[in-house]
Design a protein around this ligand. Structure first.
Ligand code: PLP
Length: 430
């Protein structure tokens, strides 16, 4: 073997996430994106696509923001990387922690940063929930409950906590002491806690608006009820706001929009608009207390080489400046009814079961069950048809299409997304 000859000639070497590599290679390989501007990305053939996904729900401030590139460059020139194990800190990390703590509906908040994004932050919150109960003399409180259809990332905790079976099934059991309840049934949570015994349940994880499961806003009264159950049963409420946080729902956090006061908020994506990977767990001071009180012997023995990475944190600060300085949360609130209105004609389409819109800058267009049963390839054909018309979307659980554009999307671009969807659905009807 010659050194450097390890790749297979004539085909890509990068293994794509969540891809059937055989069909990707067979269909000519991946589409290579080389540039982005506003809500538009460009491929290596110069073709432009209006990105109705905002990346993977992260590119809140839009592509090509010079301010974020400059914040990264300036921080890299000063101090590109620094570790934060034990007693080390750096200015952007402390500043961002304070900023996030000040925005979150979490009293006396502490912030733990994670480097990879949401999956690391989910692991962190889950481990902290278990460690908290051990540190407070209730070591049997270790069971974590989450919901059907939920997505909590792809690390071991998130894979086990997730409620999308296809994502967990190939790997066998990963994290023990995890239970699931139907996503929309608060009473099922109460009953499960009763059955397991409140003395054994550490936490309940919940996305205020469910994202990858299909963009489901919470049923009326659901969050109030689970919040009350968790408080009464002494179970920590962890809001997974990896999608919801940093403006997507027209508030800094979904918990603010819905009047929730979780014990922890898990965030990522919009924290940096994805310009650099960064996650965060915002922790109620009461939960942090056993680890922070003077003289404590309890140490949260957890962290990553790149926890609180200064360049990522500097980008986070500059990103929050943009969201705040350009009034983007207000803009999401203005665009919310416009997006819902422009998608409304699709609700009557014979290939559509439902359009879920009207909670933030988010929407899902769900396929009609009979149409999908008769034609299982419908969703994939729609994604391709929409892309060939210049708009990027994707399927959620094979049942619906996702819309989550950057906050900088214009009304004309929203109209183009809606018109493109309608044209592709009409063409798919034949
Ligand atoms: N939690 C939720 C609700 C998510 O939507 C995601 C990612 O989409 C994650 C966790 C995992 O985040 P990441 O992919 O950044 O690890």
């Amino acid at each position: 073997m010659t050194l450097g000859s390890g790749a297979t000639a004539g085909q890509p070497t990068m293994w794509n996430a969540f891809a059937n590599m055989a069909s990707l290679v067979g269909s000519g390989g991946p589409i290579t994106i080389v540039r982005g501007e506003g809500a538009t990305v460009f491929d290596d053939a110069g073709r432009d696509y209006l990105d109705a996904l905002g990346g993977l729900w992260y590119c809140n401030v839009g592509y090509g923001r010079r301010e974020l590139a400059e914040a990264a460059a300036a921080q890299m020139r000063r101090l590109a990387v620094a570790q934060t194990f034990e007693f080390w800190s750096n200015p952007p990390a402390e500043a961002l922690a304070r900023r996030v703590a000040g925005l979150a509906p979490v009293p006396d908040a502490k912030v733990f940063f994670t480097p990879g994004g949401g999956s690391d932050a989910i692991d962190t919150a889950a481990k902290l929930a278990r460690a908290y109960w051990r540190a407070t003399g209730q070591p049997d409180k270790q069971v974590i409950i989450s919901r059907s259809q939920a997505y909590h990332g792809m690390n071991a905790y998130g894979t086990s906590l997730g409620g999308i079976e296809a994502n967990a099934e190939p790997f066998g059991p990963l994290v023990s002491l995890v239970e699931h309840v139907p996503w929309d049934d608060a009473e099922a949570l109460d009953e499960l806690i009763e059955r397991i015994g409140p003395g054994r349940v550490a936490a309940f994880f919940c996305e205020p608006v469910m994202g990858a499961g299909g963009i489901y806003p919470p049923p009326e009264g659901y969050l109030e009820r689970v919040s009350e159950i968790c408080r009464r049963r002494d179970v920590l409420l962890v809001a997974d706001e990896v999608i919801n946080g940093f403006g997507r729902l027209g508030a800094w956090f979904g918990s603010i929009r819905f009047g929730l006061q979780p014990d922890m908020i898990v965030a990522a994506k919009g924290l940096t608009s994805g310009y650099l990977p960064l996650g965060a767990v915002v922790i109620d001071g009461r939960i942090a207390e056993p680890f922070w009180r003077p003289g404590t012997e309890h140490v949260f023995r957890h962290g990553y080489t790149y926890s609180a990475h200064p360049t990522a944190c500097a980008v986070g600060l500059a990103n929050l400046d943009l969201i705040e300085g350009e009034g983007m949360i207000e803009r999401v609130n203005e665009l919310e009814p416009i997006l819902a209105d422009r998608l409304k004609p699709l609700a009557d389409h014979e290939l559509v079961a439902e359009v879920r819109a009207g909670t933030g800058l988010l929407a899902a267009v769900e396929f009609a069950g009979p149409a999908l049963a008769a034609d299982p390839g419908l969703g994939a054909r729609l994604v391709t048809g929409i892309r060939e018309r210049g708009v990027i979307t994707r399927q959620l659980r094979g049942l619906s299409l996702q819309i989550s554009p950057p906050f900088t999307v214009t009304v004309a671009e929203i109209e183009r997304i809606a018109e493109t969807f309608i044209a592709a659905f009409d063409a798919a009807r034949g």
